[in-house]
Write a protein of this length. Structure first.
Length: 411
């Protein structure tokens, strides 16, 4: 039997370790994998550990981390669903969440009948002898808010499984419970960091989100760079939107913008902002010639994916749209612009304005893809065949610009 003094030393050791890893900014995976191995080192007969946590993410509603002795741990993400899947509905953690149960403890070696939880029956088949589950709230629920609802939003549900002949000893559970607040705090820190990165990337873009998180948050902090601007718009969307129900408009817009975003990201570009039925992106992958090659490489990919999407939508009886694309290269200012209470991480400068002017030439020139002579020069030698469509004066620009399009049989 472990003495009270030895139990105290173990508890302090584990709690101190959790605080230290939390302060170091360990990721959730690093933290929980180390925590499980730490329990083993302290003599806890841990066979399996599982943690379920909600996620503030546009695609995934939650994450699960599962660890098995000798195998390590892995994280799985779960997409949003209108109804919980049956496996989750029948789990002990779901019962804790929805039945307002604080703790579930089942000594599997003592059971003569099957558990009401299919998971525990499966665990017993692979040698499990004891199961313990509980949750940690990150914030206390209000009087009007059910405790279970708060666990789903601001907490983590966890379970520990043993395969020791006698299962967990009371001292094992005492150690686990004593360290729970420290584990919860460390997980909250890891979750906050993850949520911040996810939301910054989703709402600001990959590069801008990274810059803001690294401390570029002062109004007027701008960086002067050379880049290729990429201006994408849907054709005919305005007239279509007048005849379609609101939900179909949103679904259609999401389909096409998702294609454009994937093309930009796959070729090293960054989305700067969405503008109605279009978007503005930039390619800043290296020197200006590298930027131009990356931007031009994206053009046939965009055409192919848009054609594939239109074929899918036509087959499903859905309306389709074409697109226009304008590319221009030049010097831009990239950074924070706005007021002290509302900032936008964006780009400004003559190159941005000229890209918009070029985009306004699509209809008059009868070309869906227009590329400035600056991009054409920077991209030499160019893998694509660029065809001149003439020299034109752009509003606000002193010298005429020669514009090109890409010839690949799709014009």
């Amino acid at each position: 039997m472990t003495s009270p003094n030895a139990r105290t030393v173990k508890s302090i050791d584990l709690s101190d370790w959790l605080v230290e890893r939390g302060l170091e900014g360990a990721s959730k995976e690093e933290l929980l994998d180390g925590y499980c191995n730490k329990l083993l080192d302290l003599g806890v007969p841990l066979m399996r550990f599982h943690a379920a946590q909600s996620a503030l993410h546009p695609v995934y509603g939650g994450t699960g981390f599962s660890w098995y002795q000798g195998q390590g741990g892995r994280t799985e993400s779960f997409e949003y669903s209108d109804e919980p899947i049956e496996q989750w509905r029948q789990s002990p953690l779901y019962a804790i969440l929805n039945e307002d149960i604080e703790v579930i403890r089942e000594r599997l070696i003592d059971q003569n009948e099957a558990s009401r939880f299919p998971l525990l029956n499966d665990l017993r088949q692979i040698g499990a002898t004891d199961y313990y589950a509980t949750g940690v709230n990150f914030d206390a629920p209000t009087h009007s808010e059910p405790k279970a609802a708060k666990k789903a939003v601001d907490g983590v549900l966890m379970s520990w499984t043993s395969n020791a002949p006698d299962g967990f000893a009371d001292t094992d559970l005492d150690l686990i419970n004593a360290a729970l607040p420290h584990l919860g705090l460390a997980l909250k820190s890891a979750a906050s960091a993850r949520v911040s990165k996810d939301l910054m990337r989703v709402y600001l873009g990959r590069d801008a989100g990274r810059r803001v998180l690294s401390g570029e948050i002062r109004r007027g902090s701008l960086q002067q760079i050379d880049a290729v601007m990429w201006n994408f718009d849907l054709e005919g969307f305005t007239s279509l939107s007048e005849d379609l129900p609101g939900n179909e408009i949103i679904d259609m817009l999401n389909d096409y913008l998702a294609v454009a975003v994937s093309v930009v990201h796959d070729n090293g570009g960054n989305i700067l902002k969405f503008m109605g039925d279009g978007l503005m992106a930039m390619f800043d992958v290296g020197d200006i010639d590298e930027d131009a090659h990356a931007a031009l490489k994206s053009v046939p990919v965009l055409q192919q994916r848009m054609e594939a999407l239109n074929a899918q939508r036509e087959a499903a009886g859905l309306p389709v749209a074409s697109f226009t694309l304008a590319l221009h290269a030049g010097e831009i200012l990239y950074g924070n612009i706005g007021s002290e209470t509302r900032l936008d991480f964006t780009v400004i400068g003559p190159a941005v304005n000229q890209t918009a002017r070029i985009a306004g030439m699509h209809r008059s020139l009868g070309q869906r893809i227009l590329i400035s002579d600056d991009v054409a020069r920077a991209a030499q030698p160019c893998a694509q065949e660029l065809v001149s469509v003439g020299r034109y004066m752009l509003r606000g620009v002193q010298e005429p610009k020669e514009l090109f399009t890409v010839y690949n049989g799709r014009q």
